[in-house]
Design a protein around this ligand. Sequence first.
Ligand SMILES: O=C(O)C(=O)Cc1ccccc1
Length: 283
Amino acid sequence: MVKIGYLGPRGTFTKLAVDTAFNGEDKQSFTTIPECIDAVHDEQVDIGVVPLENAIEGTVQLTVDYLVHQVRLPIIAEIVVPIQQHLLVAREFSSDLSEVTDVYSHSHAIAQCHQFLHKYMPDAKLYFTSSTGKAAEMVSNSGEKIAAIGNRLAASEYGLTIYQENIHDYPNNHTRFAVLAKDKQIVQISHETQAEKTSLLITLPSDYAGALYQVLAAFAWRKMNLSKIESRPMKTGLGNYFFIVDVNQPYDDVLFPGVKAELEALGCNVTILGTYPVHQMQL
Ligand SMILES: O=C(O)C(=O)Cc1ccccc1
């Protein structure tokens, strides 16, 4: 049976994404994003699912950096899931919000609720955990006066009360999850596909005027539509960046090799991180 690793523990958004996209497979949780990616690399699991980008807070840097610098695995599908954040407290909690001293959650979940926290819980201390599920687990273990930000599944998995629903600051909150696997054939997501994308990693030659403009021109004159471009530090020194570019079309044998050759002639390095279907889920 196909084995799927995901960012756990129980009750994370990643688990919700996995449960929606796959059924019946053997599922194993990992405490951190790097552990989950390593497990795919070491073949403890066949597929790994990790968060990639949130509509409010942006890229999950740990995922991108680990994939770029540490363990290269192809992205073979993307799952997009709507996100609703709730404030979770222990069952025995009977006070009001001003009594909550500490709030735990994944940094992205806290960032999605900053205005709520600022307005209604200005004195609470904020603590980052490896996932929202981990935060819910901590609240269930230590009882009163602390809260977690997480989803409905976490509330039921850990026996918590939803003190306040939908505390995220903006509607239309979605997260993209990357499905990673060495073998593309193994992945069966029966859900309808809306689009196909290709993600590229591009490093520019040492700084010169108009370099990025020339890179973008290679896509522009081929009429290749980009849905995302983001720079990240190379980690080799201040001012050195690589670019992640998402192209709104599947890989093909004409346009992509053309872009690659053109960019390499400029001194760029081009790596394909994946060409994959996008599955938009309703929970
Ligand atoms: O912590 C989780 O539950 C995750 O799966 C990562 C995450 C955190 C916040 C929003 C979406 C995904």
